[in-house]
Design a protein around this ligand. Structure first.
Ligand SMILES: NC(=O)c1ccc[n+]([C@@H]2O[C@H](COP(=O)([O-])OP(=O)(O)OC[C@H]3O[C@@H](n4cnc5c(N)ncnc54)[C@H](O)[C@@H]3O)[C@@H](O)[C@H]2O)c1
Ligand SMILES: O=C(O)C(=O)C[C@@H](O)[C@H](O)[C@H](O)COP(=O)(O)O
Ligand SMILES: [Zn+2]
Length: 378
């Protein structure tokens, strides 16, 4: 595994190695103010369409616009409503029309300023308009800085399930200004932390142990937060460089998502009930408990995962989601639409030990159904 590089301003860089499509993830406080200069250097004379959401626009859009002005970069801005329900076809359609209406060319750039919703939707617009424009991510949530801005998965949700329409499309640059996380509500910070913990759980027990010892400092800000972001980005960059299109190992990044996505879909992406990172937290707990049920994982490891997710304030049970949940059969039907399904067979990310997850194909539906029933009745 490579390590993040640190420069004299305490900014760190992680490189995603993908041949001619390689790119840097810059991490550090204050990067938003350098965005104009960095974009002008990377894409001289390019025009920029900023896509953001209403909440982020009120907090951080002006700083980005001022930085682009200072670097003489011409820009337009488009704003979408905040929240998961914006990851839908109507907004994709509207944004494509907005970008084409502004007469941006293929060599111009879409800049996603926001969380994973803005990033996933804007990336799909960038992949589609003129068959591919330049794309830059400026992630403003913890989740987007450690996960969604890296690796090129873009797309929208469908009534058939989560992220079912989209494209692999890599950004040309990621600028993660960790100072913008100071305005993030605690609920969204926690949700992003679930994806941070995921990297430890899926493949790096020492990182999980480091999080157990340092999570309070990560939540408080300061150097531990930046370190958690950089280590997470490095973990994701390594996996993506090895398996960009999820032929095998990349599916490990889906730990907790087979259950989690079904839960998000079951609540119709209503973020007042469940946000993605919360679904991942419950899904990771379920994946570890399911691994134990299959005789793969020890009770002690399950208890350790549970203790940490609980101490940071994340939900771990389906019953933690407010309101009525559908029965096991319905959840199983949703899981059957998961993108990892192959020839009708279910795939899950299971675990032998903390930090040793693996991809299991051909998981027996009856066992999943029985497990979900037990969990819903518990
Ligand atoms: N492409 C990928 O690899 C990938 C990885 C993980 C998750 N995702 C997707 O990401 C989405 C979840 O992303 P998210 O958790 O960032 O949600 P989000 O984009 O909805 O952001 C959460 C909330 O935080 C607000 N917000 C954003 N930045 C802020 C800031 N700095 N200060 C104050 N408020 C701010 C937003 O307006 C929103 O209300 C899901 O759709 C999920 O499927 C994609
Ligand atoms: O980048 C990946 O690969 C991931 O699986 C990261 C996940 O955290 C993320 O939620 C992703 O969007 C899920 O991918 P999907 O293919 O299951 O939609
Ligand atoms: Zn995720």
């Amino acid at each position: 595994m490579t390590s993040p590089q640190t420069d004299t301003n305490a900014q760190q860089t992680v490189r995603v190695e993908l041949g001619t499509r390689s790119y840097d993830i810059a991490i550090g406080r204050g990067l938003l103010y350098q965005a104009g200069e960095k974009i002008a250097n990377l894409l001289p004379k390019a025009r920029v369409a900023i896509i953001t959401d209403e909440t982020v626009a009120g907090l951080h859009l002006q700083a980005l616009q001022a930085s682009l002005d200072a670097a003489d970069v011409d820009h337009v801005s488009f704003t979408i409503p905040a929240g998961e329900s914006s990851k839908r076809f109507e907004l994709f359609d509207r944004l494509c029309d907005d970008v084409l209406g502004a007469r941006l060319e293929r060599g111009d750039a879409i800049v996603a300023l926001g969380g994973g919703v803005v990033g996933d939707l804007s990336g799909f617009v960038a992949a589609s308009v003129r068959r591919g424009m330049k794309f830059i991510q400026i992630p403003t949530t913890l989740l987007a800085q450690v996960d969604s801005s890296v690796g090129g998965k873009t797309g929208i949700n469908s009534r058939h399930g989560k992220n079912l329409v989209g494209a692999f499309y890599q950004p040309a640059l990621v600028l993660a200004d960790t100072a913008v996380l100071d305005t993030l509500p605690l609920r969204d910070f926690r949700a992003g932390y679930a994806e941070v913990a995921k990297y430890g759980l899926l493949g790096d027990e020492p990182f999980f142990a480091w999080l157990e010892a340092n999570w309070q400092a990560v939540f408080a800000g300061g150097p531990e937060r930046d370190e958690a972001v950089a280590r997470s980005c490095q973990a994701k960059a390594d996996v993506v460089a090895a398996d960009e299109f999820e032929g095998g190992r990349r599916a490990l990044l889906n730990l907790g998502h087979t259950f989690g996505h079904a839960l998000e879909s079951a609540v119709a992406y209503a973020t007042e009930r469940l946000v993605h990172g919360e679904g991942v937290s419950i899904g990771m707990m379920l994946a570890h408990e399911f691994s134990q049920k299959l005789g793969l994982l020890s009770e002690d490891d399950v208890a350790r995962v549970k203790r940490h997710l609980l101490e940071v304030g994340l939900p771990i049970r389906i019953q933690d989601i407010p309101g009525q949940m559908p029965p096991a059969d319905t959840l199983l039907d949703i899981i059957a639409q998961d993108k990892k399904v192959s020839r009708g067979e279910l795939t899950f990310i299971l675990t032998r030990k903390i930090g040793e997850s693996f991809v299991e194909k051909g998981v027996d539906r009856a066992q999943v159904q029985e497990f979900l029933k037990e969990k819903l009745d518990a």
